[in-house]
Design a protein around this ligand. Sequence first.
Ligand SMILES: NC(=O)c1ccc[n+]([C@@H]2O[C@H](COP(=O)([O-])OP(=O)(O)OC[C@H]3O[C@@H](n4cnc5c(N)ncnc54)[C@H](OP(=O)(O)O)[C@@H]3O)[C@@H](O)[C@H]2O)c1
Length: 170
Amino acid sequence: MSMSTDGYVTTPDGWPALLADPVFTSGQSHGIQEFLQDKEAALMGRTTFEPALSAERWPWPNLNVFVLGSHRPSGTPDGVVTDSDPARLLEQLRATNRGGNVHLVGGPRTIETFRALGALDKLELVVLPLLLGGGMRLTPSLSPDTGLRFEGQRTLPGGSVEIAYALTNG
Ligand SMILES: NC(=O)c1ccc[n+]([C@@H]2O[C@H](COP(=O)([O-])OP(=O)(O)OC[C@H]3O[C@@H](n4cnc5c(N)ncnc54)[C@H](OP(=O)(O)O)[C@@H]3O)[C@@H](O)[C@H]2O)c1
């Protein structure tokens, strides 16, 4: 998850914080390619998924995509699995998994949903060198009782810092 230095994961008008960073929009990846190397699926909420349907480029070309939502958005490609029930969606994801990791893209409500099911084991934040002044935070959607243990960090082009935490009570 990308996050501004003042703690927002979205811009005030609801776009992922990353999109406000000129380094990202000029084509640098913030480490996403390395991050995706061991991933075989992307899992996300309907709100996060829908903008991808009108994006210039499909954001998850090499991943199986799973979407949690009460309906299947119009224009959803055939291979994308959608379900309104998080436990059932998780079952489908596990049934097709070949041992690779799953990128839980977000947003905060979907992260909390799968955390509460015991299916979240890492939280990786990319803290961007910018302030947004408003937007959505990870909490309260993500339970503030979530326990975090520092695992590692790396600096990224343009001054962002990636911080990885293991969940201690996920
Ligand atoms: N900074 C980042 O890296 C990053 C990454 C991803 C997303 N985001 C941002 O996060 C924002 C969206 O976050 P969000 O938390 O509001 O939405 P979200 O998690 O993307 O999607 C929420 C939707 O998922 C479904 N859902 C979630 N939990 C559920 C549950 N327990 N049972 C059934 N359905 C459930 C519901 O779909 P229905 O309404 O269809 O029932 C719900 O409306 C966007 O503005 C996006 O830009 C930021």
